[in-house]
Each structure stands twice: as structure tokens, then as C-alpha cells.
Write a protein that binds this ligand. Structure first.
Ligand code: COA
Length: 331
């Protein structure tokens, strides 16, 4: 248990989903798959796809404006913008810089965090540490990804899983040891880099006519391996985060897990002995939105009245790297 009385509290949340809906039936037209297979193996029914000509920061901006409005915080009062993403508008600079300009958040320093589906958890942990040390007072933490841009729409093992979206939370410093982010734990295992990755487009293999021809700018994944390690790792790190916060699993009001696969979520809930009635699920509508999945679900949970004052919420995520994390937040 941490000794400091300065904590970061969630002052507001917001999210954005692109308008274009792609149903499982629509995917049946693209690859050899079926609504029945996708639904039973993943729980996903439809996902959103960002329109052409728009970038990640456009979605992040809408989510951020809603979160700032919800929090009652002016963009000019933000000290930091930290965005979890693997689909920034440009190879550099960061999408957080693009977002800073869109918001007119002139006082803030801004940067992206690359931790794939765990990006929001990593960004949250960084912002929380900066707030607790007194370095900053207000942070905008964002998870925003447009994985549709990295999909091979001819690969049925990956294109059915992912969708686009953005979620944001405004964190503020309070002098109250009893609420806010009670703990945050992060982990990686780099021996799994090639289990889930985009082979080309980085410094090792820059874009060329050949990499494009060989489809090396799209997601390559061993889904079975991801599944196995995801359940085990999210259980372990959730328990560590709960232990550090001195919270028993029975005290948790709601779990907000990364939305990758309903079977991963139900296996995790079983292992943690948490009933599914206490677990947030929205992947049927959005698929796996990478770094955006946890903050979108958090925002929906708050708007649906599923999080009340004093509630203890467990967030957890797992993704490429492998990178994973968990946080316990008291509202
Ligand atoms: N439609 C129809 N059939 C499909 C299919 C699809 N979209 N994708 C794969 N199949 C086929 C396979 O080719 C295989 O056929 P075979 O038995 O003839 O070889 C069969 O279905 C079973 O495939 P398998 O890979 O064993 O299925 P699975 O039950 O492991 O489910 C995933 C596959 C990808 C849904 C699952 O492994 C998963 O969700 N993993 C985690 C992935 C993830 O979350 N990644 C992101 C992490 S952030």
C-alpha cells in the first residue's frame, strides 16, 4: 500500500466510435467465414471502421472533448496528454502532439505510449505516477487505435477480430488517500514479439514495393498462443494489483477487461471467481479496439450508471509485446 496521500482521481471520461458499422455478415462477403463461427469463437457481432481521410487523432479528439467536458476541465489546464496507440497519424511525431494542437492544450507536454492493447493501462500508470510525485496536476489519458488500417482483409484469422475507436479519461490530483488510482501494475514478455506483430514498416524492414506485395504491413498473429498467455497473465496481474491496493476480489464492483474475445473474458472471470454480472462486455458491438477498448468500456460503464461513488473497479488488458497490465481504481 502506498504511503502518499496525493492520488489521481478520474474526473471525467469520454469515447468515440466511428459511424461505419461492419457486421459479421459483411465479412462473409470478404473471406471464408460465417456469423456463426465469429460469434461462437469470439462473441463479436460487429465492429466500427474509421472513414478514409481521417486519422487516429480525429477519433481521439472527439473522445477527449467529451472527457474534458465531463470532467469540467479546460484543455488549457492540462499539464500532460498521454496516448496509448500503435496507429498514430504519422510514424512521427506522436498522435498526442496532433491531439494537443486540436485541443489547443498549449500548456501540456504530449507523447504516445506504444504498448498495443495495453496502451491505455500503460498511459494511465505513467500519468498516475506523475500526478503522485507532484510533477503534474491534470492529465488527459487516451487510448485510441485504428487497427482497420493494419488489417489484411483477406486473412480470416485476423480481420474478423478488430475494430476502430477511442476512449479518454481526465485524471486530476487530489489530496485524499482513500480514492482514485489505488494501484497500477505493468508487465511485458518480449520473447513473444513475433506472436502478434506487423513485420514491416519499421526501421528493420522499411516499406518497399516488396513488403507491400507480401502484405507485411498487416497484422500477423498466432491466435491460440495469444489466447493461452492472455488469460493466465491477466489473472496474475489482476491479483497483484488487488494485493497492492489491499482490496479483496469480493470488494470489486466492476471489472473492465480488455475486449479481445468473450471466451478470454469469461475464462478470466472464472479464474478470478468474479460473476459475469460484474464484468463489462461490449465487444459484441465494437470487436477488439486495441488501446481504446478499456477506456471505451469505462466510459460506457459510467454512462450506464454501472459505476457509483465509492465503487472499486478493476481494469486489465493484454496485447502485443506481449504487454499487459491491471489497475484498481476507487471512484
Ligand atoms: N472463420 C471461419 N473459420 C476460421 C476463421 C474464421 N474467421 N478463422 C479461423 N478459422 C478456422 C481455422 O482455419 C481452423 O480450421 P482447421 O481446424 O480446419 O485448421 C479452425 O477455424 C479453428 O481455428 P483456431 O485458430 O483453432 O480457432 P480458435 O478457437 O483458437 O479461435 C481465435 C481463433 C483467433 C478467435 C482465438 O484463438 C483468439 O481469439 N485468440 C486471441 C486473439 C486475440 O485476442 N488477439 C489480440 C490480442 S490483444
Amino acid at each position: 500500500m502506498r504511503q502518499s496521500h496525493h492520488r489521481s482521481v478520474v474526473l471525467g471520461t469520454g469515447s468515440e466510435l466511428p459511424a461505419r458499422v461492419v457486421t459479421n455478415a459483411a465479412l462473409e462477403e470478404l473471406v471464408d467465414t460465417s456469423d456463426e463461427w465469429i460469434t461462437t469463437r469470439t462473441g463479436i457481432k460487429e465492429r466500427r471502421v474509421l472513414e478514409e481521410g481521417k486519422g487516429n487523432a480525429d477519433m481521439a479528439h472527439r473522445a477527449a472533448v467529451r472527457a474534458l467536458h465531463d470532467a469540467g476541465v479546460d484543455p488549457k489546464d492540462l499539464d500532460a496528454i498521454i496516448m496509448g496507440t500503435v496507429t498514430a497519424d504519422y510514424p512521427f511525431p506522436s498522435s498526442a502532439c496532433v491531439l494537443e494542437d486540436m485541443l489547443g492544450a498549449r500548456k501540456a507536454f504530449s507523447f504516445d505510449v506504444n504498448a498495443a492493447c495495453s496502451g491505455f493501462l500503460n498511459a494511465l500508470a505513467v500519468a498516475d505516477s506523475m500526478i503522485r510525485t507532484g510533477m503534474i496536476r491534470h492529465a488527459l489519458v487516451v487510448g485510441s487505435d485504428a487497427l482497420s488500417r493494419l488489417l489484411n482483409w483477406k486473412d480470416r484469422t485476423t480481420c474478423i477480430l478488430f475494430g476502430d475507436g477511442a476512449g479518454a479519461a481526465v485524471l486530476g490530483s487530489v489530496n485524499d488517500g482513500h480514492r482514485g488510482v489505488l494501484s497500477a501494475k505493468l508487465r511485458t514478455d518480449g520473447s513473444y514479439v513475433k506472436t502478434l506483430y506487423v513485420p514491416a514498416g519499421g526501421s528493420l524492414k522499411p516499406a518497399s514495393a516488396e513488403t507491400v506485395k507480401k502484405n507485411e504491413h498487416t497484422i500477423t498473429m498466432n491466435g491460440k498462443e495469444v489466447f493461452k498467455v492472455a488469460v493466465r497473465s491477466m489473472e496474475e496481474i489482476s491479483r497483484e494489483a488487488l494485493d497492492e491496493a489491499d482490496i479483496d476480489v469480493e470488494q470489486v464492483s466492476l471489472v473492465i477487461p480488455h475486449q479481445a474475445n468473450l471466451r478470454i473474458i469469461t475464462a478470466l472471470a472464472e479464474r478470478l471467481k468474479i460473476p459475469m454480472s460484474k464484468v463489462m462486455v461490449n465487444l459484441d458491438r465494437y470487436g477488439n479496439t486495441s488501446a481504446a477498448s478499456v477506456p471505451i468500456a469505462l466510459d460506457e460503464a459510467r454512462r450506464e450508471g454501472r459505476i457509483r461513488h465509492g465503487d472499486i473497479v478493476l481494469l486489465n488488458a493484454f496485447g502485443a509485446g506481449f504487454a499487459w497490465g491491471a489497475a484498481v481504481v476507487k471512484f
